[in-house]
Write a protein that binds this ligand. Structure first.
Ligand code: 6R9
Length: 660
């Protein structure tokens, strides 16, 4: 196999890459929501008119007359004189349009319990919850922290908060008491909505005790007045008199009638914390009208959503931006029917996801490359036991998808017929920015390909000048877009410094990318993941891709470690496929070094290859290469508190030491 795309920045793409494309089938194209290629240039001619048109697809209580206000860059306002209620756009609007009986949520709990909510039922639940929150004093402008498992009440809570014009701050259920407290304090939340616990890997994972611990920190004083607790798992919890309330005891007292008021388009909708290069998490602020416009439009176009017939499933947790935009707001604003699953893919066994797809007839499936690789590692014989023929569109998000995983996803899950949309975006961008459109794009495995209509992405050098085709550089966004981050909560200076100061006048996303001869975009990972070996730029992603292209390798992570002669050297960590004893761990090092050298070139040949059982990952599944770099350079391992499994790094660093 010679499937390698230019590793060195200026290296042009190989011929076979261009041949290896997957155009949409005639049938798919004919029925696609977007199948007229002129959409790109029309939107580029007048992006504001394009977005105004998409915004007018929402229901506004007061129509907007202004589109973009960029008079005070980089602080954008979109549709600022318009008013809308975000929750009513996701609920009441559909009832008024007569689709109240459509299923909004097929919920599947990890233990196998199920619950179906139609749009009418979901609307009643949200109205009741909104009345309950009002009685707890929640008003427009307030912040509510949500620390929940993936259960319907998590969605109901988010929508109830939004309905009142307040802002939610969802904190992923895997975060510690410390992290939760830091987020509560930064947002000055007055209410925390949580559950006794959730089910994960067949066990109860308690949440309420963590909330108690968080609120007891720093001498116990905090902005929180009440904690509302959903009963999910029945584990023992202590309820603090005067502060803690059971959701099921409270909610029955409230009416399911609630009139939604319109709020200004720039009213804050949510804060979502994301880690930056420094220790303190950044509170990414999103507002209402522009955010809802772009998540709704992209969800409909990119997944080719047909709300009447599709069954959509995005596996992301609501604790991440993907859960906000493509589990809650985009799908519900579009009136989609979706699956929400509480647990992990391997519970009770690795067939769980595929059994859910078969059971509900899922047609659109959106997940992350790390999950796809985990499934590859277990082997195709598992999904092959299920009927996945309902699937017609597949999506990928979170990191570059290596061509090997792309092909497996395409063949084994998509039956070689479902297009894959590789969607690039960030917590900060709010919605998908770069992706194929499945009715238009000839897919290239491993490339996110095209900026969406109305989105102005460039690949530039350090001075902000566009690079030529075939070259690599920094990924920037020139024009403001509707769902863009408005500021870092409480820290506008950091917002300007972090995103707008590195490349003058452009939003710099932190990612490196290459543009090929056709103008398609290939993400190369965060710029801090770009290595410099003997003066050549190498992308960690490309070497990782080459490694997992080897038949024996399940997953890999590559770092650039300091090296006396070459500046940096490539150090690889690999997990071998469990069932296939193709090579032993001892043979692996030499074999894989050779493999990378043949795949990409001698310059990319790893100095060392370590066979490991696990890689250090954050709870959202991103590999913490910084820690592997510490190990590879023989340093003390840095902060591991954000890892899903904190013991992994000890094992890896012992392994590296024993090798020296
Ligand atoms: C949505 C989400 C953002 C970072 C982003 C980039 C990486 C996401 C990607 C991708 C290549 C894709 N990323 N999608 N890289 N191809 N399709 O993941 O948001 O958690 O904020 O992460 O993830 O490096 O900068 P977030």
């Amino acid at each position: 196999m010679t499937e390698h795309h230019g590793t060195i920045e200026s290296h042009p793409l190989g011929q076979d890459e261009a041949q290896n494309t997957f155009p949409p089938s005639a049938e798919f194209r004919a029925q696609a929501n977007v199948n007229d290629p002129s959409v790109y240039w029309r939107a580029a001619e007048d992006p504001e008119a394009y977005w105004a048109k998409r915004a007018s697809e929402l229901r506004w209580t007061k129509p907007f007359t202004e589109i973009l206000d960029w008079s005070n860059p980089p602080f954008a306002k979109w549709f600022a004189d318009g008013e809308l209620n975000v929750a009513a756009n996701c609920l009441d609007r559909h009832i008024a349009e007569g689709i109240g009986d459509r299923v909004a949520i097929h919920f599947e709990g990890e233990p196998g319990d199920t619950r179906t909510l139609t749009y009418a039922e979901l609307t009643h639940e949200v109205k009741r919850a909104a009345n309950m929150l009002t009685s707890l004093g929640v008003e427009a402008g307030d912040r509510v922290a949500i620390y929940m498992p993936m259960i319907p009440e998590a969605v109901i809570s988010m929508l109830a908060v939004a309905r009142l014009g307040a802002a939610h701050s969802v904190v992923f259920g895997g975060f510690s008491a410390d992290s939760l407290r830091a987020r509560i304090d930064d947002a000055e939340a007055e209410l925390v909505i949580t559950a006794d616990g959730g089910y994960r890997k067949g066990r109860v994972s308690a949440l309420k005790p963590t909330v108690d611990d968080a609120l007891a920190l720093r001498g116990g004083g905090s902005t929180v007045k009440n904690v509302l607790v959903v009963q999910r798992t029945g584990n023992d919890v202590t309820m603090q008199e005067g502060r803690d309330l059971w959701w099921h005891e409270e909610v029955v007292a409230y009416d399911d009638q609630h009139e939604a008021k319109g709020f200004p388009a720039e009213n804050p909708l949510f804060i979502l914390y994301t880690s930056g290069t420094t220790g303190k998490p950044k509170g990414i602020l999103h507002t209402s009208g522009g955010y809802l416009t772009q998540v709704t439009a992209t969800h409909r176009d990119i997944f080719d959503l047909k709300p009447e017939t599709d069954v959509y499933w995005c596996t992301a947790d609501i604790g991440w931006i993907t859960g906000h935009s493509y589990v809650v707001y985009g799908p519900l604003a579009n009136g989609a029917t979706q699956v929400i699953y509480e647990g992990t893919p391997e519970t009770p066994d690795w067939g769980r996801w595929w059994s859910i797809i078969q059971k509900y007839g899922v047609t659109i499936f959106y997940t992350a490359p790390t999950a796809i690789r985990a499934c590859m590692k277990v082997g195709r014989q598992v999904p092959e036991q299920y009927d996945l023929s309902s699937i017609r569109v597949l999506g990928s998000v979170g990191e570059p998808i290596n061509p090997e995983a792309w092909r497996w996803y395409h063949e084994v899950i998509g039956g070689e017929k479902a297009p894959i949309v590789d969607t690039w975006w960030q917590t900060e961008t709010g919605a998908i920015m770069i992706s194929p459109l499945p009715g238009l794009t000839s897919l290239k495995p491993g490339s996110a390909q095209s900026p969406q209509p109305g989105i102005d992405v460039s690949i530039v050098d350090e001075k902000g000048r566009r690079v030529d085709r075939g070259q690599g550089g920094l990924l920037t966004i020139r024009r403001p877009w509707p769902s863009m981050v408005r500021t870092i909560w409480g820290d506008p200076d950091r917002f300007v410094d972090t995103y707008w100061s590195q490349v003058d006048g452009q939003y710099f996303a932190g990612d490196g990318a290459r543009v090929d001869e056709d103008g398609d975009i290939w993400l190369m990972g965060r710029v801090d993941d770009v290595m410099n070996v003997s003066g050549h730029r190498l992308s960690t992603t490309e070497i990782e891709s080459a490694l997992v292209d080897h038949v024996a390798v399940a997953e890999s992570a590559v770092v650039g470690a300091d090296d006396e002669t070459t500046g940096q050297a490539v150090v690889a960590f690999v997990i071998l496929k469990s069932q296939q004893q193709i090579i032993t761990a001892d043979e692996a090092e030499a074999e894989l070094k050779k493999h990378v050298a043949t795949q990409i070139g001698a310059i990319a040949r790893p100095r060392q290859v370590f066979v490991v059982n696990e890689l250090p990952k954050t709870r959202s599944g991103k590999i913490m290469r910084r820690l592997l770099k510490d190990a590879a350079e023989g340093r003390e391992i840095g902060d591991v508190t954000t890892l899903a499994d904190t013991s992994v790094m000890q094992i890896i660093s012992d392994r590296v030491r024993s090798e020296k």
